[in-house]
Ligand binder design. Sequence first.
Ligand SMILES: NC(=O)N[C@@H](CC(=O)O)C(=O)O
Ligand SMILES: [Zn+2]
Ligand SMILES: [Zn+2]
Length: 359
Amino acid sequence: MTQITDSIKELTILQPDDWHIHLRDDDALATTVKHAAASFNRVICMPNLAPPVKNVDDARAYRERILQHLQASDLEAGRKAAFDPRMTLYLTNQTTPKDIELAAQSGIVQAVKLYPAGATTNSADGVTDINACVDVFEAMEKYNLPLLLHGEVTHDHVDIFDREKRFLEEVLAQIIAKFPTLRIVMEHITTSDAADFVLAQGNQVAATITPQHLMFNRNHLLLSGIKPHFYCLPILKRKQHQEVLLNVATSGSPKFFLGTDSAPHATDKKEAACGCAGCYSSSIALPLYATAFDSIGKIDKLEGFASRFGAQFYGLPVNENTVTLTNNPMQVPAGYPYFDGQTLTPLMAGETLPWSIKA
Ligand SMILES: NC(=O)N[C@@H](CC(=O)O)C(=O)O
Ligand SMILES: [Zn+2]
Ligand SMILES: [Zn+2]
């Protein structure tokens, strides 16, 4: 499907899906849904609302709120029909096998998300003891519902840059050993350790990769003044890790696929003495990924990563419509209007990207 024409530098690929996005709720949806639906067909909506999406009823109600904003938006009819928010349940210490059974039968819940308690934004209700989840993991195996992981340990004494690596050894390896057929996605991987770990497992274990972890490293966050819009969790790592992530994302391995982790926080919540974690990228995600892939001459690998491998992992058909990216530069907006008069600052605000979406 990938068509590259050297002279005009255009790339037409099957419509991508975003397998990890935060749309938030209520008034925030007026901004986030429009941006997501402009680029993606299926999106996996993360459940870390306050309160979280804990069961099928919550998921169904949240999905309805999302779809209402889609109808209210100015999208043309074709895109409306294709946009399909897929829901996740937030795993808590109280989640039961029955919740899993109902989720699997619902037709709208695509996966279950595990946040170690305290690991990231709105994770206070997350799991405190993985051993208490045994019957739930068994049910997920039985009903073939994947487990999505925010893969970081949370002990105070573990350095922030080591938390993902420690999770692989101390938590993920145990889960895989006990539940060998459970399908697992390590979300937003940030290290060569995670890439190697995922590669060493069977096909039931995969990973998503964000645009920021492909394009940036901790120098971008911390050198020449702290840059709050590069702050997300898991935190950006060393350049060596960035390079490995870019290599595996462009390798053609179906274990790695697109998940933006687009995580909106109003500008004044990011540019603050105690700034929130999360990069907003959904509106410019395709130009960002195209720029990252093209930076090492691998733009031809974008379609697999963005439009095929995620669907394949989740057992869904690939999309039928296409999107064309062009090597015409675009300027990233300085900000977007957000609810209650706030603004939202995207990743790379005000900067120029070499790739854009063809109208
Ligand atoms: N990635 C982030 O830094 N933040 C996400 C939560 C998450 O995905 O960990 C958010 O919801 O803000
Ligand atoms: Zn996370
Ligand atoms: Zn996330």
